[in-house]
Design a protein around this ligand. Structure first.
Ligand SMILES: [Zn+2]
Ligand SMILES: [Zn+2]
Length: 162
């Protein structure tokens, strides 16, 4: 095992916000990496240890997650995973937590940044509907831009409806 018992000699907070440890074999390691490795073994190549709650000093195992750099960026853009490893995100319009697969389009830059609009399927459908002349009253989400037409003008929805 790579993890023979090492004795921790010092523990301190670095200027970068991470807790560091020094061991009796003279190495310095991040406490978050140490805690994760004690539970799961050596961190796989290329993986980074992410603090789920954003607190770099909270090195409880449950707060730590090994992620590839692309996924790590997603995690810092407000995405998160559930215990099944599925990615979630808040809809930018209704703010409901929504499974990423429930967003209408999924286009990402190579580094994991989402390029497409952050609306859930429902909000995106409403937006499209509002854009194409939805006249059912003031739209609860998009009414400011796509509210009912001024009195007297012919409503497209009305025309189409008959
Ligand atoms: Zn992180
Ligand atoms: Zn929504």
């Amino acid at each position: 095992m790579a993890h023979t018992r090492k004795r921790i000699k010092y523990r301190w907070k670095s200027p970068d916000g991470y807790i560091h440890l020094s061991t009796d074999v003279g190495e310095i390691i991040g406490e978050h990496r140490h805690v994760w490795e004690c539970a799961h073994g050596p961190i796989p190549d290329g993986y980074q240890i992410h603090h789920r709650d954003g607190d770099r000093t909270n090195n409880k195992l449950a707060n730590l997650q090994a992620l590839l750099p692309g996924d790590h960026k997603r995690a810092h853009c407000g995405h998160w995973t559930d215990p099944d490893g599925r990615w979630w995100k808040r809809c930018t319009t209704c703010h409901r937590p929504t499974l990423e697969t429930e967003f209408p389009t999924k286009r990402y830059r190579a580094d994991g940044i989402r390029l497409t609009r952050g609306n859930c399927k429902t909000c995106e459908r409403d937006r499209q509907r509002a854009k194409s002349g939805w006249k059912g009253g003031t739209h609860p989400k998009f009414g400011r831009h796509y509210g009912p037409s001024a009195a007297g003008t012919t409503s497209r929805a009305h025309t189409l409806g008959r």
